[in-house]
Design a protein around this ligand. Sequence first.
Ligand code: IMP
Length: 185
Amino acid sequence: MDIDDVRDDLSQVLYSREQIDERIRQIAAEVDRDYEGKDLLLVGVLNGAIMVMSDLSRALRSHCEMEWMAISSYGAGTASSGVVRILKDLSVDLVGRHVLIVEDIVDTGLTLAYLVENLRARGPASVEIMTAFRKPEAIKNKITVKYVGFDIPNQFVVGYGLDYAGKYRNMTGLGILDPKVYLQE
Ligand code: IMP
């Protein structure tokens, strides 16, 4: 699905497919350089990270392995509590591995802070974070993200793996969802 297919649902288009593609390629080149000669394990967080994982991994010039985790955060409504339940865990041992967590978006970063702590306890050589998008809240909370695709405004965005009620994940590009879409319901 292209941005134009749902253009009426968006109050603003933030990034086109081409702009995201180019930025992910730049990051892949940095990752190639930073992890040269190291055994890289990409850990994607389901479901949002599917697109960025797919693009980042294919833009790398070197080998990597890919693993997935599914987590759900407890907490009332939309507020992220930072208390996390692992729904699907990794199927590999992390001892001595260089882990790069691949995320779609870091908002408060509370979920991610828990995840990093959890993975660090498993004895990896390193744990770093790559995210396609980051909201201002994450910067305020001082979550250390090594690779950031784009810093975006504090608005609800969809596309490139990010959904609203399960939809828009398959939209190329990133846009701000027009409030009329969720106020209608
Ligand atoms: P955090 O713990 O607040 O960083 O929560 C991050 C998670 O909230 C992401 O992995 C997304 O699933 C979801 N999320 C945060 N902001 C947005 C948004 O603007 N659109 C869609 N999902 C979002």
